[in-house]
Design a binder for this molecule. Sequence first.
Ligand SMILES: Cc1ncc(COP(=O)(O)O)c(C=O)c1O
Length: 466
Amino acid sequence: MNNTSQSVLANSFPAQPEPTARIETQHRRIVTELPAPATVKRLADAARVFPRVNCYQPPIIWDRAEGYQVFDETGNCWIDFSSTAVMTNTGHGHPEIREALRRHVDEGLLAQFSFASDIRVQLAEKLLAVSPPGCEKVYFWTVGSEAIECAFRLVCEWGLRSDPVKRHVLTFVGDYHGWTLGAHQLSGNDAQKPWLPNADDGIHHLSFPRLTAQTADYTDADWRDCFDKQIQQLADDGVSSTEIAAVFIETFQGWGALPLPVAFVQRMREWADEQGVLLVFDEVQTGFGRTGKWFAHEHYGVRADLICVGKGVTSTLPLAAVLGPAEILDVLTPAEITTTHAAHPLSCAAALANLRILEEEQLISEAARKGKIAREELEALRARFPKHISEISGTGLLFAIHVSDPSTGEPRVELAREWTWAAVKQGVMLFQVNRSTLKVVPPLVIPDDALVEGIHALGDALETIA
Ligand SMILES: Cc1ncc(COP(=O)(O)O)c(C=O)c1O
């Protein structure tokens, strides 16, 4: 059997309890060895019944979670810096979402397929009300990968109808757009799919325009030029701009919380308008206040043609959507695609409550404000460990700590993993990214002092392994 698909994460965390320092503060409580001895058997059961592809997160059995904290049943409690993969924007199990779900269970529909219902119409209207101008329709799905898959189909059909040569789609090396076939091909890079011999030859990956120490002195003109050169290279390789239907953009590249340079995106927008190309912003991770704005592409000051959303739209149950103008969302004819569970009524109830909470508790401006505190604390952490931390990136409450090998300065996945586990032992819940980063993405409701305490605890954790 060849090993090409084997995860580098195999056996990444200890299966047996390790000595763990006792911690008790207002926000964290670690009172057992970790993994907690009482959970070891069930962790082993999980490893037996789940495929190993699922078994790569820290060995903690989550029992309940509230607001910004996660609890196990053995008395431990963590400050959550994961938001369960950047999802629980309004916090875990917000009482108003629980109440909306309870009410809906007692009074409402529990299944509906593609029939209309009041709650689904209400949610679509609410989403359009908070979306940028130009969004006229909402195409509902269940998970983010499906929203991307749908946007991919829409832009390809739209391209074909506007001009049959428009069959090419661009994206960026290192983007993540999901796991389904189209989304997977848009993700990563051209060479990463050895299992997929007939990859779509109409998908092309541009280099990601990364803001680094080397590009720090680039002017806006340099970034515009950087975009134009890539488009020229594509043309030299036989794909002219008139043959391109769309560009998919992960609005902040998720693994590293990396923004694109504003001037680069603005030049891309101009070019798209000149050439009749659609810009699709993947806001599955960055939407609904995560970066301190409703949608992260607002940081670039450009218009989106399509917006894909998921995760933080409900902060709880599965729901995703493509938002955009009728001209594009209506390219498919009735029943050309059907799906059973999209916009499940319970997910709609959760989403409506979630959007109300975002507004009522002003969590979007709160994310921007707390992001400034987090940035300051994370930069102080970097100053404390300059050899282990090469960069802090992100904004709002979407941050990544870039981890490097202290002796070579190179990115170091193994150290990020070790640090992740050491942080969990310090009472800060992280998820493993499988890259050389730690993601700091707490629920937007986190109190300021818990945010600061959690970042200090990351430093204490690194101290134990550095
Ligand atoms: C930017 C982005 N796009 C798409 C997806 C896929 O969403 P889902 O996991 O709900 O299929 C993710 C998930 O992490 C994501 O971060």
